[in-house]
Write a protein that binds this ligand. Structure first.
Ligand code: ASP
Ligand code: MG
Length: 407
C-alpha cells in the first residue's frame, strides 16, 4: 500500500512541529509505504519574495523559481533528518529528483509528466520518501531549469504524485479540520463537511475558499484520486474530496459559501459598442496571464457603454498596465478602480436542478440591506459582488437562509 501525505507550511513551521509531523509519518509507515510532500516552513516563501524585492523590484522569473524552491528543499531535508533522528530510514528528494517534469513557465509551471522510478526505487528499499513540494524541473537536459507550480502548489505535487504512483490514499494535512460550509472564523455555526465533490470544491476554491490549490483538485478529478483534507495536529476525520455520489441528492443542494475580499473591480468607462471590442480588451489580459471574473457590460447609450470586471488585488497593477495601450486604441474615456468590493458565493451541485436559489440568495441579502453590484453564475454557483464591508454580514445571512448549520 502506498500513501501520499502532504504537510502544509504551518504544520512544519518550527522544529517541534516538524518532529510531531515526523512522528505521524513514521506511524503511517508501519502499515504502508509513505511518500510525504512538504511545503516550506511557515512564511518562508513570503519572506523569500520580500527579500528578492528588496534586491530587485522586478525580479526575473527564472531566478525567483530557483530561490523559492529552496524553501521546500530545506523543509524536505529537515523532515528527512527528523525522521532519521527518530530511528526511521528516510530520504528527501527535490521535485526534479522525484521526476516531476514541468513546462517552462516561471512561477506557474504545470506538470507535464512524472517519472516515478526514483521514488519507487527508494520505497522498494524500505525508505520513507520526503519530496519537496511546489516544484519541478523542465526536461531538456542541456537547459533544465527549476520551476515552481504557483502559490500553494505543494497540494498539486501531492495529488500528482498520488496519481503517478497509483497510491491507495492521498492525504492533505493542514491547520484546519477540513472543508467547511463557510469560513468558521466568520460564521461560528459553520459545519465541517464529511465529503464534497471535485466540482463543488473547485467552485469553492475558485471563489476564495483557501483550503486547497484548485489545480490539485483538477488533477484529482482527472485521475480519480480521492483527496482527504484533514488537520495535521489532530486525529479527526477531515473532508474527503471525491466523485459525486448518490447521497449527494438527498442532502442540502447548497454545500457551502465562499467569499473573496482580495479582489478589485475595474470599470472601463465610455467603451464604443462595436463587435470585437470585448475581444480586444480581454485578449490583452489573457496574453498577460490575468484571470478576470464577474464581467458585466451595461446597456449601451448612443453606441457607448461601460464594461466592468474583477481581478485579484495581486494582478491589479499588471491589469492597468496591460489595459493602457488597448484603451487608447479603442478610445475609451476612463478607467476606474474600486478596491472596496468582495465576492460572495453559494455553491452546490444541487443548485443545477433546484430553481429558486438565486431568488433566495438575493432575498437574504436584501433583508440585510446589502446592495448587489453585479451577479455571475455557473451551473452550480451563484456569485454576487457586494460592498467589502458587508461581507461578514452577508456570509452569516446566507448561512442561515440556506440552513447550512443542519446536516
Ligand atoms: N511554499 C509555497 C507557498 O507558500 C507552496 C506551498 O506552500 O504549497 O505558496
Ligand atoms: Mg506556504
Amino acid at each position: 500500500m502506498i500513501i501520499v501525505q502532504k504537510y502544509g507550511g504551518s504544520s512544519v513551521a518550527n522544529p517541534d512541529k516538524m518532529k510531531a509531523v515526523a512522528a505521524r509519518i513514521a506511524e503511517t509507515s508501519k502499515k504502508a509505504c509513505v511518500v510525504a510532500v512538504v511545503s516550506a516552513m511557515g512564511d518562508t516563501t513570503d519572506e523569500l519574495i520580500a527579500l528578492a524585492k528588496q534586491i530587485n523590484p522586478m525580479p526575473d522569473g527564472r531566478e525567483m523559481d530557483k530561490l523559492l524552491a529552496t524553501g521546500e528543499q530545506a523543509s524536505s531535508a529537515l523532515m528527512a533528518l527528523a525522521l532519521q533522528a527518530a530511528g526511521n530510514t528516510a530520504v528527501s528528494l527535490t521535485g526534479g529528483q522525484a521526476g516531476i517534469i514541468t513546462e517552462k513557465v516561471p512561477s506557474k509551471a504545470r506538470i507535464r509528466k512524472i517519472d516515478a522510478r526514483r521514488i519507487k526505487q527508494e520505497l522498494d528499499s524500505g525508505k520513507i520518501v520526503v519530496v519537496a513540494g511546489f516544484q519541478g524541473i523542465t526536461d531538456n537536459v542541456s537547459s533544465a531549469d527549476i520551476t515552481t507550480l504557483g502559490r500553494g502548489g505543494s497540494d498539486t505535487t501531492a495529488v500528482a504524485l498520488a496519481a503517478a504512483l497509483n497510491a491507495d490514499k492521498c492525504e492533505i494535512y493542514t491547520d484546519v479540520d477540513g472543508v467547511f460550509t463557510a469560513d468558521p472564523r466568520v460564521e461560528p455555526d459553520a459545519r465541517k463537511l464529511d465529503s464534497i465533490s471535485y466540482e463543488e470544491m473547485l467552485e469553492l476554491a475558485g471563489q476564495g475558499a483557501r483550503v486547497m490549490h484548485s489545480r490539485a483538485v483538477e488533477v484529482g478529478e482527472l485521475y480519480g484520486v480521492e483527496i482527504l483534507v484533514a488537520n495535521s495536529s489532530k486525529q479527526t476525520p477531515g473532508t474527503l474530496i471525491k466523485k459525486e455520489d448518490a447521497n449527494m441528492e438527498i442532502r442540502n443542494p447548497v454545500r457551502g459559501i465562499a467569499h473573496d475580499t482580495d479582489i478589485a473591480r475595474l470599470t472601463i468607462v465610455g467603451v464604443p459598442d462595436r463587435p470585437g471590442i470585448a475581444y480586444k480588451i480581454f485578449h490583452g489580459l489573457a496574453e498577460a496571464n490575468i484571470s478576470v471574473d464577474v464581467i458585466v457590460q451595461n446597456v449601451s447609450e448612443a453606441g457607448v457603454t461601460d464594461l466592468s470586471f474583477t481581478v485579484t488585488n495581486a494582478d491589479l497593477d499588471k491589469t492597468r498596465h496591460a489595459l493602457g495601450p488597448v484603451l487608447k486604441e479603442i478610445g475609451a474615456k476612463d478607467l476606474v478602480t474600486d478596491p472596496n468590493v468582495a465576492k460572495i458565493s453559494i455553491v452546490g451541485s444541487g443548485i443545477r436542478s433546484h430553481p429558486g436559489y438565486a431568488d433566495r440568495m438575493f432575498g437574504a441579502l436584501a433583508e440585510e440591506s446589502i446592495n448587489i453590484l453585479s451577479i455571475t453564475t455557473s451551473e452550480i454557483r451563484i456569485t454576487c459582488l457586494i460592498d467589502k464591508e458587508k461581507v461578514k454580514q452577508g456570509i452569516r445571512a446566507l448561512h442561515k437562509a440556506f440552513e447550512l448549520e443542519k446536516v
